[in-house]
Ligand binder design. Structure first.
Ligand code: FES
Length: 160
């Protein structure tokens, strides 16, 4: 675990080992295991994926495939604030796509990336189940409905 010792605390690494040990004994363990690892570390870099692979015997390319497929997993550290733009059908057609494109353009980032200053991580997500409020943007877990390209700047300005 030497290569992750500079990225995470000793306590985090010990907890990581414990999670792998406990979760790997359960059938169909990979996704719940990854959820717990992400909750612990905030993200799942390739170096951590390799450790999970070594300890569980699950192929590293399978782990990489799962982490990159599901939008709730990330390989990069998250910034101070997490912007989630809903790309579910209702939101997408009501302007979610334009909101996402504006954020990408204004902040020079793509979905899954963070701004250089560590202020925002931006993600596209699937339906939040609040389609009546479409288009929906969630920031640090707070739901904003009826968002538009005209009011997104004002909303984001509240998050420094
Ligand atoms: S499609 Fe966006 S909340 Fe359902």
């Amino acid at each position: 675990m030497s290569n992750i010792s500079t990225m995470f605390s000793k306590a985090q690494i010990e907890k990581l080992e414990e999670i792998i040990l406990i979760e790997s004994k359960k059938p169909g363990c990979l996704i719940p295991l990854l959820e717990k690892v992400q909750a612990l570390l905030g993200y799942i870099p390739v170096s951590v994926q390799n450790i999970i692979s070594e300890k569980t015997g699950i192929a590293s390319n399978k782990i990489y495939g799962v982490v990159s497929f599901y939008s709730f997993f990330t390989m990069n550290p998250r910034a101070r604030h997490r912007i989630q733009v809903c790309y579910g059908t209702a939101c997408y057609v009501k302007g979610g796509k334009e909101i996402g494109e504006k954020i990408e353009k204004d902040y020079g980032i793509k979905a899954g990336e963070s701004t250089q200053d560590g202020r925002f991580t931006y993600e596209n997500t699937r339906c939040f189940g609040t389609c009546g409020l479409a288009p929906v943007v969630v920031i640090d877990g707070k739901v904003y409905g009826k968002v538009s390209v005209d009011n997104i700047d004002e909303i984001l300005s509240q998050y420094e």
